[in-house]
Design a protein around this ligand. Structure first.
Ligand SMILES: [Zn+2]
Length: 242
């Protein structure tokens, strides 16, 4: 793990700090088309790697405040990090977020531009894979980390979707939260297809309705906090036997 931290040393946004018992590191994994940093916050040093990501579509931004709430909760629940390292990307598409658009500044959908077998050309998908610098940055991140599981947060539907070997995980999250599993299929050039289908890593797509945008932090955490905690602390062997 020490080697890993050194790799990113030049990209630190904040110096590493110990918040309570937790090592917290924030660094940039690369830059957007407009030169903004795509930041990752890393909590803990355990062997199991778990990634949560929000706002890859710039107009679906509710996951960003939800990830902010999660980082606060992690500081008061260091036990959630036992044996694992958590990587949180609060804002995967900073340019789209600032511009109020779904794609990046060139209107390429970052979540359709991964070099997958089902990649489809098109104005919003990009003329070829990885023309969106943000997609290339995320691809490098996921192939370096090779996480055990991933969650990405979208809007405006209500449901739990998944790609890759995530049937049990999705069912478990649905049971805990009361949110139905609603499969949308693996979209061309999407993160779900790249990470889930092609890397073989379980990836959950959490869809949050737009009505959540009008609610306060307490409501947001009351509705999604347990689901996030369960996702982070998921142990396949124990839940399968239940
Ligand atoms: Zn979306």
């Amino acid at each position: 793990m020490a080697c890993f931290l050194v790799l990113f040393f030049q990209h630190f946004i904040q110096v590493p700090v110990f918040a309570g018992e937790i090592l917290v590191v924030k660094y940039s994994i690369g830059q957007t088309q407009q030169g903004r940093n795509i930041a990752v916050e890393q909590f803990g040093i355990g062997a199991e790697k778990v990634v949560l990501m929000a706002t890859i579509h710039g107009t679906e931004m509710i996951g960003t405040p939800l990830m902010h709430l999660l980082t606060d909760e992690l500081i008061s629940h260091p036990n959630w990090l036992e044996g694992r390292t958590l990587y949180i990307i609060q804002l995967a598409n900073p340019d789209g977020f600032v511009e109020g658009i779904r794609g990046n500044r060139e209107n390429v959908d970052i979540n359709r531009n991964f070099p997958t077998e089902n990649f489809g050309r098109g104005w919003f998908n990009g003329d070829q894979p990885l023309v969106a610098p943000e997609t290339a940055v995320l691809m490098d991140f996921f192939t370096q980390i090779r996480p055990e599981r991933v969650m990405t947060i979208h809007q405006p539907l209500k449901g739990i979707d998944y790609d890759g070997p995530a049937d049990d995980l999705a069912t478990h999250l649905s049971k805990i939260s009361g949110i139905r599993v609603h499969r949308l299929g693996s979209r061309s050039g999407s993160l779900g297809t790249f990470v889930g289908v092609e890397m073989g890593c379980p990836i959950i797509t959490l869809e949050i309705p737009n009505q959540a945008n009008d609610r306060d932090s307490q409501w947001l955490w009351d509705h999604y906090g347990v689901l996030l905690e369960t996702f982070i602390r998921y142990e396949p062997s124990t839940t399968q036997s239940n």
